[in-house]
Design a protein. Sequence first.
Length: 295
Amino acid sequence: MNEKMLDQMKNGKGFIAALDQSGGSTPKALKHYGINEDQYSSEEEMFNLIHEMRSRIITSKVFTNERILGAILFRKTMNSKIEGKYAAEYLWEEKGIVPFLKVDEGMEAEKNGCQLMKPIKSLDEQIKEANEHKVFGTKMRSVIGAANREGIAEIIHQQFEVGKKIFDGGLVPIIEPEVTITIPDKAEAEEIMLEEIQKNLEALPEKYQIMFKFSLPTKEGFYDELAKHPQVVRVVALSGGYPIDEANELLSKNSGMIASFSRALLNDLSAQQSDDEFDAKLDEAIENIYQASIQ
């Protein structure tokens, strides 16, 4: 494990940029960026366009480690180059930004109000690739859609078990059990989830270090104590569908969390913008998310 990366993630001021749209969400991301489906005719062309978008963001003069601590990449991005270097190496060596890799392969059908991760069949291969590209950590997502203890307990147990394997492979896992922000029993689901996390943390051998990525909580400061746990590197927040202003306002009320936003970061960017316009919009989004993250 890279100790400099660990120190930056544990103690640095800033946030994590989530640039990890996968195949299923790529057409939507491109459309929002101003590129419609009739502008590409194959999956390869689609991924080339999304890589151009991500490269434009990462190489922007405003995308620096003064405000951005890390960035989460999709596997195809990690294995693609930016200005002659593989994306993860470019992030760290040129920008001083810690690279993460999204490793999950989607989710199972809903059961007990929750969606477990599908078995990550390529996990060993992804861990090997990530180490070759000097990646620091990983991210994997499950979804909690109801305050169902059995379903939530199963999700947290699965996340911790896979997380241990990832850490044993030399990487720090970001565990992401996303509570859907629109469910009526969101606060109760968060209470159950935190209880299950604490149980699993108590049983976790001391050598393991992990991170968490949560929906912004119903109760202010809800994860502040968890963030102080000696085995927790950082607790980060996803925007979860909140508009950027609301996401930033909610985040600023949670001092134990920093942002790991995707849509909220990219919301006002367009392929049609000049480089100056693009940088200005990106700079504004980065600054607003940064300020909310350091409150």
